[in-house]
Design a protein around this ligand. Structure first.
Ligand code: G3H
Ligand code: ZN
Length: 295
């Protein structure tokens, strides 16, 4: 069923388990996520990026997600990921999104507060939750491209001040995860040494001490499992996952094309890729201990 995000992301779950926020851009991804959630009796968030709204059409993709969610036997919430445009946010609220992220993290602190506060006032009047970000994640996602040196880890004191000043419902933090697959050779070199992204757990713990609202970890693809689990115990209630699903889909699609050059029916080309995406979503659901949490 399609539910308000507040039904599946709330303070009571913090520290115990987390909910995945999977990005979608099309019907196949949405179906794969919905099937994974149903197979494991898990609540999930399905989110759109601004790039997806442009690719699929705002009304069209919102409708696809709402239809898939309504027919699901588990709770599914609709959320807008990284958006810096207030006008788009207003339209999405009209379309039934129960949660939006206003991402003014590229702005000066005071401008971030000003815009975020305005969105919170508008959204709360309409019963919609708001996520915002303090700090800046390394990497590339959608309209954002934060290069090495431009990234900014979240400062715990600033985070607490920001939450109090804006009244947001969930806070996205930058604690070492990165968006997407690194294309910057310097970042590839850094990651090659550690092999994986590295979460600054002491920083996360310090943020948690000062911030009581649920925390959101963006760029969760590529984060080692043990660090994901540790992040849950430090207050991360939502993990944003996109790249891992895309990679699983891509690999299966390419294999299928290679093995079966005679297939020209798009459904037969896409079905194994959707299955692979579903499997990856199930792996993440189990990792976050979301399985069995649909009431
Ligand atoms: O907002 C979406 C996410 O932060 C996705 O990041 O592609 O690294 O999983 P990811
Ligand atoms: Zn993100």
């Amino acid at each position: 069923m399609l539910v308000h995000i507040g039904k599946i992301v709330h303070r009571k779950m913090v520290g115990k388990y987390a909910v995945p926020a999977f990005n979608t851009s099309d019907l196949e991804t949405t179906m794969g996520i919905r099937r994974a959630a149903e197979a494991l009796n898990a609540p999930v968030i399905i989110q759109t990026s601004v790039g997806t709204l442009e690719y699929a059409g705002m009304e069209e993709i919102a409708e696809i997600i709402k239809i898939e969610a309504r027919k699901a036997k588990v709770p599914i919430a609709l959320h807008q990921d990284h958006c810096k445009d207030f006008a788009i946010i207003k339209k999405l609220i009209d379309l039934g999104y129960s949660s939006v992220m206003i991402d003014a993290s590229g702005m000066e602190y005071k401008d971030n507060v000003k815009l975020t506060k305005a969105v919170v006032t508008y959204a709360h009047k309409r019963g919609v939750m708001v996520q915002a970000e303090i700090g800046r994640l390394l990497g590339n996602e959608d309209w954002q491209d934060v290069k090495s040196g431009e990234d900014l880890m979240t400062d715990p004191d600033e985070a607490a001040k920001f939450v109090a000043a804006t009244g947001i419902d969930t806070l996205a933090v930058a604690v070492g995860s990165m968006h997407g697959i690194p294309v910057d050779p310097r970042i590839r070199k850094i990651l090659a040494k550690t092999l994986k992204e590295h979460i600054d757990l002491p920083r996360l713990a310090a943020i948690r001490k000062k911030v009581s609202i649920p925390l959101v970890l963006h760029g969760a693809s590529g984060v080692p499992d043990d660090q994901m689990r540790a992040a849950i115990s430090h207050g991360v209630a939502v993990f944003n996952i996109d790249t891992d699903l895309r990679v699983a889909f891509n690999k299966a699609l390419r294999d299928n094309l290679k093995k079966n050059p005679q297939i020209y029916d798009p459904r037969k080309l896409l079905a194994p890729a959707t299955d692979a995406l579903q499997k990856m979503a199930e792996t993440k659901i189990k990792l976050l201990k979301t399985n069995g949490k649909a009431k």
